[in-house]
Design a protein around this ligand. Structure first.
Ligand SMILES: Cc1ncc(COP(=O)(O)O)c(C=O)c1O
Length: 306
């Protein structure tokens, strides 16, 4: 799943474009040992006449607030990273669907947990990337692992260490024969997938867990809410019970990597007709129209690369 078969020729590392082989980090990089990094996942999509980065500024704003939660002070601002992102795609000459991974990490400064005064390194990597899920609709299981909470690892920060929780849930789901896991929050309400938010649909109303259900505030989630409202659907952000997953008419994951992915089975219960439902189909099409530049209303969400 989502394999990068060849590294890109160039990356952006601490302020300039470098050949892949020259962007090296020490084995004692703090983030490698303790997960002290924050990152983003962004996509660029070809339109009729360009390659456009989707909601780049919103992703970089989230990168900076993730960094703030962990006291990581970057030597760069949002504008620098916007330019860096454009440069790294241009230097590799990518013209097709591209995934972009900016990462801010605590570098090498010692071996203890106190990273005061350690270097804060910043890299931006871009790779060609088509689909995250290789199936058109997924089967999911509710994980036996609970989602991290604000009392321990704040889910609102997109921090590297948080993904140990996602990795446990993902590995369990795959080993149990499913495509993806759904995590419950510490109270037992539905939170999200391992790397994507979730919506369910009941009687033509779309429901998605709120900020206090230990979710990452997804940019695709926000996009989906706006597009569903444009399509005249009612959208409700509220706690979702586990059993509501089983009796909903439709369910879908949404995220930068996952885009809009229908969920057709949860815990061996068929969802709705067992096929992609009408609302999910509509929102997926509306989403692709926006990211691929066919909906002029949201042209301001696209940053042209060339
Ligand atoms: C845990 C988690 N939830 C939700 C999302 C979806 O966020 P976005 O739509 O901003 O990509 C992601 C992906 O970044 C994620 O890793």
């Amino acid at each position: 799943m989502s394999i990068v078969d060849k590294p890109p020729a160039y990356v952006w590392f601490n302020g300039s474009i470098k050949p892949w082989g020259e962007a090296k980090i020490p084995i004692l990089t703090h983030a490698l040992h303790y997960g002290t990094a924050v990152f983003e996942g962004i996509r660029a999509y070809p339109s009729a006449d360009n390659l456009n980065i989707f909601r780049l500024r919103e992703h970089l704003d989230r990168l900076f607030y993730s960094a703030k939660i962990y006291y990581l002070n970057l030597n760069y601002g949002v504008e620098d990273l916007i330019q860096g992102t454009i440069e790294v795609i241009r230097s590799n000459g990518f013209r097709g669907r591209t995934y972009i991974r900016p990462i801010v990490f605590v570098g090498f400064g010692g071996i203890g947990l106190d990273y005061t005064g350690f270097p804060i390194d910043v890299a931006i990597v871009a790779v060609p990337f088509e689909r995250y899920f290789h199936m058109s609709a997924v089967r999911a299981k509710v994980s036996s692992w609970r989602r991290i909470s604000n009392e321990a690892n704040p889910p609102l920060a997109k921090a590297a260490g948080n993904y140990l929780n996602s990795a446990l849930a993902k590995q369990e789901a795959i080993r149990d024969g499913y495509d993806e896991a759904i995590l419950l929050d510490q109270r037992g309400y539905v939170a999200e997938g391992t790397g994507e938010n979730i919506f369910i649909v009941k009687d033509n109303v779309a429901y998605t867990p709120p900020v206090n259900s230990s979710i990452l505030l997804g940019i695709t989630r926000d996009t989906a809410i706006k597009l569903l409202k444009d399509l005249n659907y009612e959208v409700v952000e509220r706690e979702v019970e586990r059993s509501e997953l089983y009796i909903c008419d439709e369910a879908f994951f949404c995220g930068t990597a996952a885009e809009i992915t229908p969920i057709v089975e949860i815990d061996r219960r068929r969802i709705g007709s067992g096929e992609t439902g009408p609302l999910t189909r509509q929102i997926r099409e509306a989403y692709l129209d926006v990211v691929e530049g066919r909906n002029k209303k949201y042209a301001h969400w696209l940053t042209p690369v060339y």
